[in-house]
Write a protein that binds this ligand. Structure first.
Ligand code: SAM
Length: 235
């Protein structure tokens, strides 16, 4: 069973959206499990303090290394990757999600305030992971995003395995457009080729559309795709 342990000062917000739909059904079916660890339980003072003022001054508060380290030591007793959700981290990609879904699970530390004392990141070997170039108020939503992306890839969670191999990013391209009935809606018709029943033509159209959308919307992905394509032809 794939196991997610989440370290947070807001344990009550879990499982939240992870209890619905695919992830929720898979949780109920024991395809994966969720341990939510309340970081505050690892405080030693009567005020249950998890943060303190920043060394050197400046705004906000910093999560204390000793408290977070005790929480990690209690939760991460196995070899699962230990990640800290952080806007400074390596951007989360579908390739990374696929790799994490192959692991026995993940240990996720959620930051709050201005962030986490740098020493616990080094001392407990936390790998920083970002879900995008914007700042959230805490790591909890980012942890949910990461878990959701991993759980849907676990064996048996998605009904149609083909949808997984065709979706955005799997081949380094964005996905082609989708249509369903009615055939004409507000004067807009489903492209003729999709109604042709010619599977080779449909596949070629979808591929061309995936390439067009990637080229138009994501120059970064398109350049990487072309470099891989040229590399594979040269090799
Ligand atoms: N002062 C930090 C900075 O400028 O990089 C931002 C801290 S943020 C208010 C508090 C916490 O939210 C972070 O420690 C991290 O755990 C989480 N967080 C915020 N943005 C994130 C992102 N894009 N990806 C992952 N986690 C994020």
């Amino acid at each position: 069973m794939w196991r997610a342990s989440v370290l947070t000062i807001l344990p009550d917000i879990f499982p939240g959206p992870l209890s619905a739909s695919l992830a929720g059904k898979a949780l109920a079916a024991n395809t994966w499990s969720l341990d939510v660890v309340d970081i505050r339980k690892f405080t030693t003072d009567k005020h249950r303090t998890v943060d303190d003022t920043p060394a050197g001054g400046g705004p906000g508060m910093v999560m204390k290394a000793d408290v977070l380290a005790r929480a990690i030591d209690a939760a991460a007793t196995d070899a699962r990757p230990r990640l800290l959700l952080s806007p400074r981290g390596a951007p989360l990609t579908q390739a990374r999600v696929e790799a994490l879904a192959q692991q026995p699970g993940v240990v996720l530390a959620c930051g709050r305030f201005e962030g986490v004392d740098e020493r616990v990141i080094a001392g407990r070997g936390l790998e920083e992971v970002s879900i995008g170039d914007y700042v959230l108020s805490g790591g909890e939503l980012a942890a949910m995003v990461l878990i959701d992306a991993c759980v849907r890839l676990l064996p048996g969670v998605m009904g149609d395995e083909a949808s997984r191999t065709e979706e955005s990013f799997t081949e380094g391209l964005l996905e082609y457009p989708h249509y369903t009935r009615p055939q004409v809606w507000e004067g807009r018709a489903i492209p003729e080729v999709l109604l042709s029943g010619d599977h080779a033509k449909i596949a070629a159209w979808r591929r061309a559309e995936a390439e067009r959308l990637t080229r138009e919307r994501r120059g970064d992905l398109w350049s990487a795709f072309l470099a891989r394509f040229r590399g594979s032809r040269a090799g």
